[in-house]
Write a protein that binds this ligand. Structure first.
Ligand code: HEM
Length: 157
């Protein structure tokens, strides 16, 4: 089951990144044009938030039951865990970075439901989703990074 969830965690990154790019483009277009908040906008923002929350649930499960979270602290102690680049990444950097990103995307969704003028709404959403996107990009263990060594671009590859 753990491997299956790890694959899902890996695949969901692409769903989240694609939805974020879509929302950045939509909010950019809304801020600079005459679009009004649409059902498509609402659905994309909602689906993005659901994907992020699912990712959070899987991530927490991995952190508490897998080899790359709590187990590292229990085996090596906090001080040694922090000294190792890869351990520190999974125990702290990946986790905190993603938690903040998920919080931002949740705040963006609740902001999108507020009854504000569409141009103002799009402007704020553009800012929130851009920061979320950048935060997720730097917190992913990409295969070209030291922390992503032996990890893949796509689940199971
Ligand atoms: C948008 C949010 C997130 C994204 C895009 C993301 C992405 C990823 C990716 C791509 C991997 C590598 C998967 C692989 O090697 O196949 C990974 C691993 C991992 N993630 Fe996340 N993650 C997110 C949130 C979280 C959160 C919030 C936590 C913890 C609470 C977490 C904990 C972990 C752990 C522990 C691993 C290593 C699992 C293992 O190899 O056994 N992730 N994550």
């Amino acid at each position: 089951m753990y491997t299956g969830l790890l694959h899902l965690h890996s695949a969901l990154r692409w769903v989240i990144l694609i939805l974020l790019i879509l929302m950045i483009i939509r909010s950019w277009a809304g801020r600079n044009g005459n679009r009004s908040w649409s059902e498509g906008d609402r659905k994309s923002a909602l689906f993005l938030m659901i994907s992020c929350h699912l990712q959070l649930a899987i991530g927490l499960y991995q952190w508490f039951t897998g080899d790359w979270g709590l187990a590292l602290i229990q085996a090596n102690g906090m001080a040694d865990t922090m000294k190792n680049v890869v351990s520190r990444f999974y125990v702290i950097e990946h986790t905190i970075g993603m938690l903040v990103a998920i919080l931002l995307s949740t705040m963006a969704y609740s902001l999108s439901k507020k009854n504000t003028e569409d141009k103002v709404k799009y402007g704020k959403l553009f800012m929130y989703y851009t920061i979320t996107f950048l935060l997720i990009m730097i917190s992913i263990p990409w295969p070209f990074r030291e922390v992503g060594l032996n990890r893949s671009w796509f689940p199971g590859m």
